[in-house]
Design a protein around this ligand. Structure first.
Ligand code: ADP
Ligand code: MG
Length: 391
């Protein structure tokens, strides 16, 4: 497919596959720049669909709908990695500019492909993936090296927010865990002693220009992101440089256009290992909505429209607190937002989801302050107001 590779100017229409909160922020960022937007998602209530100019409520593989999207849009991106790679390929074949392309999305949606990719690059990045083994059938269960225990069994596909994962203490636990995950292809990863979790959000433009956001320190609770803290505390300058270099190398190696997130673990002995990649903006980059000169979503819009990437500079210390469905359930659907909005440091973002569920991401708050201590104190105060237990 040939493209002119001229920038796409507003009010052209940009498309997004997936209508969750990441799609919603994409829509808002695109609209801020004067673009028209089209969301394709099977859910008629999707957070992004609610606010976009055009919405197509359909399965991701529905050809008629994809054709309609291709007809409406000058360019299309995705907000999640589980959108079928075939949908991206189909749109690309229709002649619409698609970024990222399905090669990168396919790697990120399959833990086997992802680990193979990260291992291949380790010679250049100096950063290996977590030690792992693949399990595709029952026979594989008995042939696993002892050093992988205790481990974490993860489904190869469709896992998110710690779903599709089990901690397995020993070989004896493995069979049950695998059966509970539905006998599907899995990876067994060694459970690593983590000192710190860090994510790198990096954007590559079609002209090979690369811009990286300040690294975020991420705190998870039960496998779900709880806090992102920027600048990361206790990250050594050496690890920071190593991770930033690796992230830029990876995004170029993939010939990727758009926003990519790479999660890293810093082990207790200081070693940096690579966890996983996401071919899209990431929850750990939600702070950029308020803390950076350009947000990760505006950056996604700029990359997709072949416009110059924005300045990623951090303008304030920030703590992002995720708001999960339990907060709504605790307050019978009306959490005391007035008490949160009373706090000068708090920027509240709610996603317009109607059905709160335990563990469901419903919103987040960014706390901006002159120092990390102050931002953290306010995050803790908000947790108290909302009944969120730290750990
Ligand atoms: P998801 O796709 O659900 O984000 P991850 O593989 O990132 O899955 O796992 C979620 C969280 O579980 C990680 O952020 C980390 O806190 C913990 N975790 C995952 N894998 C390991 C591991 N091998 N060792 C220690 N902790 C892990
Ligand atoms: Mg993760």
């Amino acid at each position: 497919m040939t493209h002119s590779f001229q920038p796409i100017f507003p009010p052209a229409c940009l498309g997004i596959l997936g209508g969750g909160q990441l799609g919603r922020f994409f829509v808002q960022a695109a609209q801020d720049l004067g673009f028209t937007v089209c969301v394709l998602d099977p859910d008629s209530q999707s957070p992004a669909g609610q606010i976009s100019h055009h919405r197509i409520i359909a399965d991701y593989l529905d050809e008629k709908s994809l054709k309609k999207m291709a007809h409406l849009c000058s360019a299309v991106s995705t907000e999640f990695e589980n959108v079928p790679a075939l949908a991206l390929d189909f749109l690309h074949q229709q002649g619409v500019y698609v970024a990222p392309l399905s090669n990168a999305v396919s790697i990120a949606q399959d833990r086997f492909a992802e680990k193979a990719f990260l291992s291949k690059l380790a010679a250049k990045t100096g950063i290996e993936p977590v030690p792992y083994a693949m399990i595709t059938n029952e026979h594989d269960l008995s042939a696993l090296p002892m050093h992988l225990f205790p481990g974490i069994l993860k489904t190869a596909r469709l896992g998110y927010d710690g779903k599709g994962q089990f901690v397995v203490a020993s070989q004896a636990d493995l069979k049950n865990a695998w059966v509970s995950l539905g006998n599907v292809p899995c990876v067994l990863e060694k459970k690593m002693p983590l000192a710190l979790e860090v994510s790198a959000i990096v954007t590559r433009g079609f002209d090979d220009h690369v811009a990286i956001f300040p690294l975020a320190e991420n705190v998870h609770k039960e496998g779900i992101l709880h806090l992102s803290i920027v600048p990361a505390r206790s990250l050594s300058p050496e690890a920071m440089v190593q991770i930033e270099k690796a992230a830029k190398f990876i995004v170029r190696e993939l010939q990727y256009v758009g926003v990519l997130c790479i999660e890293f673990f810093i082990l207790t002995d200081g070693t940096v290992v690579a966890n996983e990649i996401a071919p899209r903006p990431h929850n750990s980059g939600h702070h950029t909505l308020d803390s950076c000169l350009t947000s990760q979503f505006e950056q996604q819009v700029r990359a997709l429209a072949r416009l110059p990437l924005g300045d990623t500079r951090l303008t304030s210390s920030v703590v992002m607190l995720n708001l999960l469905g339990e907060v709504w359930l605790r307050f019978e659907n009306s959490p005391p937002w007035d008490h949160i909005l009373e706090m000068p440091s708090a920027r509240l973002h709610l996603y317009g989801k109607h059905a709160p569920k335990i563990g469901r991401k419903m919103g987040h708050i960014n706390f901006l302050a002159d120092s990390m201590d102050l931002a953290m104190q306010d995050a803790q105060q908000a947790m108290q107001i909302l009944g969120i237990v730290a750990d």
